[in-house]
Design a protein around this ligand. Structure first.
Ligand code: PRP
Length: 184
């Protein structure tokens, strides 16, 4: 582990840009889900800040989603079909016939979301959509595409707005790139 005090960061996405984009995303989701019973599932831990910002904006659109969280681990090298999902914390509500939105902070290889979506698909929701704050398309190992994406970013190590380095820096209200030999 690096010495935390010596680590340097550069802002990649500002607090203002985040707030603007989150509002736009909620508007899109609200329009698509209008009139349906919306059930939001957050993937811990990374999604918690993004999700709390999203959730508080649904009120403006007169939408009142149900909420639950999951904790998962995904394994596998190469193709997702050979990957495995370990559900460490599952939801406790029946989602049959509900309009389900799975929220995560970052879409990287695509393994976590592809396997999580597959897992919930079996519970027969009316629809299942995915929403990510960040997308790193360069890192993808499958064809997975999220329905709602906050920002596309290059393959850099980022922290803040829920994302961590060794479980630190999640509290930063903006997204920052770690400046080191790989990311400069
Ligand atoms: C991160 C992130 C996503 C996942 C994306 O979780 O929050 O859930 O990795 O990666 P993938 O597309 O390659 O599957 P992490 O395991 O770092 O846990 P955390 O959310 O608790 O920080």
């Amino acid at each position: 582990m690096k010495n935390i005090k010596e680590m340097k960061f550069k802002t990649l996405i500002s607090e203002i840009d985040i707030a603007t984009r989150v509002k736009e995303l909620v508007k899109e989701i609200a329009e698509d889900s209008k009139g349906r019973e919306l059930f939001v599932i957050g993937i811990l831990k990374g999604s918690f800040i993004f999700l709390s910002d999203l959730l508080r904006l649904f009120n403006i659109h007169n939408i009142h989603p149900s909420l639950d969280f999951i904790t998962v681990e995904s394994y596998g090298s190469g193709k997702v079909s050979s990957g495995e999902l370990k559900m460490l914390r599952d939801i406790t509500t029946d989602i049959e016939n509900k309009w389900v939105l799975i929220v995560d902070d970052i879409l990287d290889t695509g393994r976590t979301l592809a396997l999580t979506k597959e897992y919930f698909q079996e519970k027969k929701p009316a629809a299942i959509k995915t929403c990510v704050f960040l997308d790193k398309p360069e890192r993808r190992i499958n064809e997975f595409k999220a329905n709602y994406v906050g920002f596309e970013i290059p393959d850099k190590f980022v922290v803040g707005y829920g994302m961590d380095y060794d479980n630190l820096f999640r509290e930063l209200p903006y997204v920052a790139v770690l400046l080191d030999e790989k990311n400069i």
